[in-house]
Design a protein around this ligand. Sequence first.
Ligand SMILES: Cc1cc2nc3c(=O)[nH]c(=O)nc-3n(C[C@H](O)[C@H](O)[C@H](O)COP(=O)(O)O)c2cc1C
Length: 197
Amino acid sequence: MPGERPLHVLGIAASARKNSTSGAALDVVLARAAELGCRTKAIRLAELRLPFCDGDKTAPWPEYPAVAVLRRAVSRAHAVVLATPEYHGGMSGALKNALDLLDIPHARGKVFAGVSALGGRSNSNALNQLRTSVRWLHGWMLPDQVAIPDARSAHLDGRFQDPLVTERLTQLADALTRAARALALPVAPDHPQGRRE
Ligand SMILES: Cc1cc2nc3c(=O)[nH]c(=O)nc-3n(C[C@H](O)[C@H](O)[C@H](O)COP(=O)(O)O)c2cc1C
């Protein structure tokens, strides 16, 4: 809408696999969000050097600057897309660890959406786990979600074989931006919420 500040949409890609399907799905969602006028940013966990959460979700981790990068990116976003491979019936351990390094002030009042990619048939195991974690971080989890089956053959260079998958990812971005405009708390870039770094 004219005069409105752009929404900041952050994507977190959890897979370290080359040609990751959940990563490709995230790219589709972020591209659509950009088309809708949002500022977008992607964090690929495989490129961040994050420590294992040691039980203190507010620890400053000066020797791991990636923790501050992650916390700042979430704090400055209005909406966050979590894209995970399904591993043993759940989200990837890398993503759970990244969420464990966050505290409620980083995530409160942001709108989250989940995307999963599975080697087998579609199910909601990882997506349901994402919902639980986001609720404990006090984020708003979008009811819409996308699970992509047969992950290893689902796309070629980022183009999904099944046009329905692209359509659903696009619709997810539409729903996310609509919800973020309605629900997300304002974020001042110079005064990010969750200053606990
Ligand atoms: C440790 C591990 C566990 C997995 N567990 C499941 C599973 O429970 N269900 C399933 O359908 N696929 C499973 N897969 C297959 C992955 O979900 C799939 O190959 C792919 O990694 C999904 O996303 P990506 O392309 O973004 O990495 C597993 C793969 C690995 C490496």
